[in-house]
Design a protein around this ligand. Sequence first.
Ligand code: AMP
Length: 190
Amino acid sequence: MYNIIFFGPPGAGKGTQAKIISNYLKISHLSTGDILRNKLKDNDNLAKKLKEIMSSGNLVSDDILNSIVSSRLINEVKNGFILDGYPRTLNQSEFLNNFLLETSNSINYIFNIQINFEILKERILKRSSEESRDDDNIDVIETRYNEYLNSTQKVSNYYKENYSEIFFEIDGSLQIDEITQKIKKNFKKT
Ligand code: AMP
């Protein structure tokens, strides 16, 4: 059974790798960014609120994220899953821990994709022209990166300290297939 978390700053390639690895292991890929972007299409009050927060590069509230993730995970825990973009705050990681405890599950691989800010900026700007995401522009990148440094890095550090035997650092400046190989190697080792 594979229950996996991908960490990394925006633009590190965690979505790309999560997709490849989910196909390889035949498990679900839960990208909270994708789920939220889908919700924007509803055009209701919640969608308006989400759009405002997401296009500014800030984080959506923990309550919204925790309820989205638990309602999705409940269907996936039997088969395994990849979390991409969650947990991003300590509140979310506590919620996830409780959820896993209550459902007698646990995370067994964590990949932290690391990359420096200059490469990130280039990648995000390239993605903005390909995917036309309105949070992929130079003004918003810094806010998103700061959210990562201020909130999400605390979460990945928490897992690094407490789950070091399943926590793997991955160099995100490599080519896509080189990164995939580095990730896959860990499955063989453990
Ligand atoms: P992503 O595609 O993962 O970069 O997410 C895009 C945006 O969705 C983020 O900048 C946040 O506004 C929001 N978002 C995604 N996941 C989370 C999360 N776990 N907690 C809070 N906000 C999130």
